[in-house]
Design a protein around this ligand. Structure first.
Ligand SMILES: Nc1ncnc2c1ncn2[C@@H]1O[C@H](COP(=O)(O)OP(=O)(O)OP(=O)(O)O)[C@@H](O)[C@H]1O
Ligand SMILES: [Mg+2]
Length: 260
């Protein structure tokens, strides 16, 4: 069953057609990768899903609900969480503080609904702390929980950002280049965590990634964009062999595989 569906998405930025009539359909529980050269429109799709951009045409449904009619603040409540191409963390704060903030909007709502029942609010706070500690264990970053984020290696910061997105127990995770800037070992760790999130938490994952080795290894479906248009979609094997993809993209694929 499709959990997320986009139909006929187009968006133009002052004459630049960033997306042209793009369709996609993500099945519940799968890892769906969006690939394509720089500027192809990948992040723009994420920004449409998270309601940062409003597409000129088309619609997006999540669990049958029309996302474009929702407010930005409703997106996380529906169970969609994301990471950003450039790490979006409070860098002067500790890992634990950042993870607790991942639940901030949820906590506020819960505290409000708890009204004056202080005891219930305290319990809620404890539950969130427990969840943050669970994620810290899961991502194997116990040793960093009290560390200030800016002082941590880049690969660990990316892992913390993934953790921040996971604290709210999302049904769907949008990962914008989770392996970017990582060394081989960090990339392998990240790939393993993404697979574990899919398998152990049952989370559906929509992932933009340039590392073709990883994409072909862990994705169930791949969508290829080029100049704002979807040029191919299918299982990794089909994408690898698709002459249209090879023509648009082979240079980059070969280079990345060679490196990784
Ligand atoms: N807010 C904006 N205003 C103007 N142009 C934009 C805006 N957002 C994106 N674009 C343009 O739309 C095109 C697609 O951008 P997008 O960020 O989606 O590419 P991408 O596929 O994620 O590329 P990369 O691999 O480099 O991250 C680019 O040409 C970009 O400059
Ligand atoms: Mg991008």
């Amino acid at each position: 069953m499709a959990i997320l569906e986009g139909k006929g998405l187009s968006i133009n930025f002052g004459g630049l057609q960033a997306l042209s009539d793009v369709d996609f359909s993500v099945e519940e529980g799968e890892i769906y990768a969006i690939i394509g050269p720089n500027g192809a429109g990948k992040t723009t799709i994420f920004n449409c899903i998270s309601r940062i951009y409003r597409p000129d045409t088309g619609y997006i449904e999540f669990h049958g609900q029309e996302l474009l009619k929702k407010r930005i603040s409703d997106i996380s409540k529906l169970g969609i969480a994301r990471t950003f191409q450039n790490i979006a963390l409070f860098k002067h704060m500790t890992v634990l503080e950042n993870l607790l903030l991942g639940c901030h909007s949820k906590l506020r709502a819960d505290v409000l609904s708890a009204g004056i029942f202080y005891g219930r609010a305290v319990k809620e706070e404890l539950r969130i702390r427990e969840r943050a500690e669970e994620i810290i264990d899961f991502l194997e970053i116990e040793h960093t929980r009290k560390s200030v984020v800016s002082l941590l290696p880049y690969g660990i910061q990316k892992r913390v950002e993934l953790g921040r997105a996971l604290v709210s127990k999302p049904k769907m995770l949008l990962l914008d280049e989770p392996m970017a800037g990582m060394n081989v070992e960090e990339t392998e760790d990240m790939a393993r965590f993404i697979l574990d999130i899919q398998e152990e938490m049952g989370t559906t994952i929509l992932m933009i990634e340039h590392d073709m080795g990883v994409v072909m290894d862990i994705s169930d479906q791949v969508c290829v964009l080029d100049f704002g248009k979807k040029i191919s979609e299918g299982k990794p094997k089909k994408i690898r062999e698709d002459p249209v993809v090879i023509k648009a993209y082979l240079g980059e694929m070969t280079e990345d595989e060679g490196n990784g």
